[in-house]
Design a protein around this ligand. Sequence first.
Ligand code: C5P
Length: 216
Amino acid sequence: MKPPFVIAVDGPAASGKGTIATRLGAAFGAPVLDTGLLYRAVGVLLQRRGGDLGDAAAAAAVARALTADMLTDPGFRTREAGEAASRVAVHPSVREALFEMQRAFARRPEGAVIDGRDIGTVIAPEAPAKLYVTARPEVRAERRWRQLAGQGEAVTYEEILADIRRRDARDSGRADAPMRPAADAALLDTSEMTIEQAADAARRIVEAARARWEQS
Ligand code: C5P
């Protein structure tokens, strides 16, 4: 049987993949799952309980208890939450605990847009449409800095650039599920694009994949 029309959107922090995923969800009438939020929630909830981000068993217990209705907390969107997320994401037991929630989303008969780091490689390798969205670290740092400053966080561009480089290294260096493009992903470098141009380019890539999927 034909797999549901799942669009996997992977890429590093602040590459534009979140905005692109939201736009694709609207364009193709599909629900969107931001999987970064799952890791952010695990990191923040663990810290709020006084737990240690390096404690794999404690982090996995938080991950196992996580449900979709717990994801609306604005505290998961902060700079600190991004750092906590990437530290709990290195534990294989945490990734395993979050696997089924993501897989269930990928099985929805109406299709789905799922954004993250390992969607096209681990979570939904059968996805008919895969994008790997990237941009130069300096461009990503500038975007993230504007976003966080808009949320009222007191942080400099240089601090954000250092965060991004550290997170890229940690996400790429994971032994299991390292951040990398799937062999069949379309690469989209948004460094020189406005968000409108990037969303448009993504939509065209997915329309072509959709046409292939409809004929399959
Ligand atoms: O995308 P976002 O910045 O919200 O992700 C936060 C962190 O969560 C990433 O730096 C990464 O370490 C982790 N993550 C992951 N796998 C995913 C999504 C996020 O390891 N599918």
